[in-house]
Design a protein. Structure first.
Length: 187
């Protein structure tokens, strides 16, 4: 998994950017171009999306954006493009606040989110974001990357968190963490 890219932003469009990292240029889908500057060296936090017929990178300026994006795509009927559209309409903190208070009207006003999707988001995520956000923020980057890898393998977040609690905190390799967690998940 690619956790982040640091390089020079060569092309900046409303929905994507091209970033050159030591001679390799990556195409990254983004929600808001205003978070990045053309020609500057910047770090783009990323998630790699795998589909049957496609794979691509999605980029974020902050951990909070990545966090809410991950939670949104876990909701039935919300895909990566819809989640990016929602993030393009407002700040991640506003989406979290709207979900926690059940503000379906606000969510419906976001690009790509209709009444049914807004209701499903509130139903699935209300009351869960504060707890998950704290958990996510306390994990070192290698553990977060391992968590994402295990999630991509189809394990449920609760199973993953329980398995990762049993991994020693001094593990520094994503591969080692995943290997240990897979042993725990296999039992």
């Amino acid at each position: 998994m690619i956790y982040a890219l640091t390089g020079q932003v060569h092309v900046l469009q409303p929905d994507h950017l091209l970033i050159n990292v030591q001679g390799v240029t990556y195409f990254v889908h983004i929600a808001r171009s205003s978070a990045f500057q053309l020609g500057h060296v910047q770090t783009v936090l990323t998630l790699q999306i795998f589909r049957e017929d496609d794979q691509y990178l999605v980029g974020f300026a902050t951990e909070e954006e990545r966090f809410i994006f991950q939670r949104l795509i876990s909701v039935k009927g919300i895909g990566p493009k819809t989640a990016l559209g929602a993030l393009s309409g407002t700040m991640a903190s506003e989406i979290i606040k709207a979900i926690n208070i059940g503000n379906v009207s606000f969510l419906k006003s976001l690009p790509g989110i209709g009444p049914k999707a807004a209701s499903q988001i509130v139903l699935d995520l209300r009351g869960k974001l504060v707890e998950d956000e704290t958990k996510s923020a306390s994990l070192p980057p290698v553990f977060e990357e391992a968590r994402d890898g295990l999630k991509a393998l189809g394990f449920k977040p609760k199973e993953i968190d329980d398995a990762l609690k049993l991994v020693r905190a001094d593990e520094t390799s994503v591969e080692a963490i995943i290997k240990i967690a897979l042993k725990r998940l296999g039992k």
